[in-house]
Design a protein around this ligand. Sequence first.
Ligand code: NAD
Ligand code: UD1
Length: 337
Amino acid sequence: MARLLLTGGAGFIGSHTAVVLQQAGHQLVVLDSFSNSSPEALRRVEALTGQSIDVVTGDLRDPNAVERALAHGVDAVVHFAGLKAVGESVEKPLLYWDVNLTGSRVLLEAMAAAGCRTLVFSSSATVYGIPDHVPIPEAAPVQPNNPYGRTKAAVEQMLADVAASEPGWRVASLRYFNPVGAHPSGQIGEDPLGIPNNLFPFVSQVAVGQRPHLKVFGSDWPTPDGTGVRDYIHVMDLAEGHRAALEVLLDSADQQLTLNLGSGQGHSVLKVVQAFEKASGRPVPYELVARRPGDAASTVADPALAKELLGWSTRRGLEECCRDGWAWQQANPSGYR
Ligand code: NAD
Ligand code: UD1
């Protein structure tokens, strides 16, 4: 049993990971500004697990807030907090560098001062940019093609530098592929503000009748049906990947891991539409439109290293992603609001 700080623990991935970590016997402290989440998510996590969470409301960039969170006697940190919208990062690059990079630096300084040197970081497959080959191994070139991705690559580099500077750091950068789905209870899930940028929340809002149709970005990609292919990972599999990474870190002396968390399976946009229609029993009308700037044809993880080093691999497929995402959407058509 460890005491863990989750920055951004009220968000989509943080809240699902909180359930898995509490059920594994860990005690949780969450630091969140609630800039992109609701305290209700944490109340529902507590209801699912029957255990309470210590919540510190504050900004990652505020050293006092981070210090207050670490003062709970934290053994390790899982660092989810950050901004994640690619388009917004192009419009507001300084905001992204500030929250994602400065926030991470403030966290590392406070951790060093508190003597806590164990960290799991939410990185992203976006660091690979447009990949040369799929599936993508961790050794593939890091060539992000937007400001958001560059902040993730920079934090990975900062973590490597810090870990090399003194003994005792145990760090894992987890490069998530496309997290989707929800807790099977339908009690917690993804709650995007405004118009979703990502495929899954958009498709589920079309199925529930909130939006008239999906725009499929590109039907002339070099893929089997011409639409973009991605590696969708069920958020509960992703949450279990964090538990596995933490357990490996907490069991070792110095450790530096950079790992893909993905399924190794690619699915096209049209395949996702069909799977969601089947899971929901609702039509998902769509229109084929032009490619979205900055998109890759296909991104699929090579998940072999995570399997080897963490003993972890995904257990849920596209069908469960759609089933659980739909259960959440139906029970909470306006999210937590
Ligand atoms: P999310 O927006 O749902 O969660 C992020 C959480 O961080 C929110 O609760 C938000 O309120 C909080 N937060 C934001 N800025 C903060 C600040 N300055 N101080 C304190 N708290 C702050 O996003 P998510 O999908 O759960 O993503 C979690 C992490 O995983 C992010 O770092 C994201 O970049 C990364 N990631 C996400 C995806 C994805 O598709 N969801 C893919 C790859 C990587
Ligand atoms: C996007 C981001 C990526 C980020 C990831 C997870 C871009 C260019 N990339 O990736 O950096 O790490 O989200 O947050 O924004 N699609 C449609 N219609 C839609 C939405 C998406 O056809 O309305 C297609 C896309 O073209 C793509 C697939 O669906 O082929 C998945 O899109 P999305 O969910 O946005 O994920 P990524 O493109 O992988």
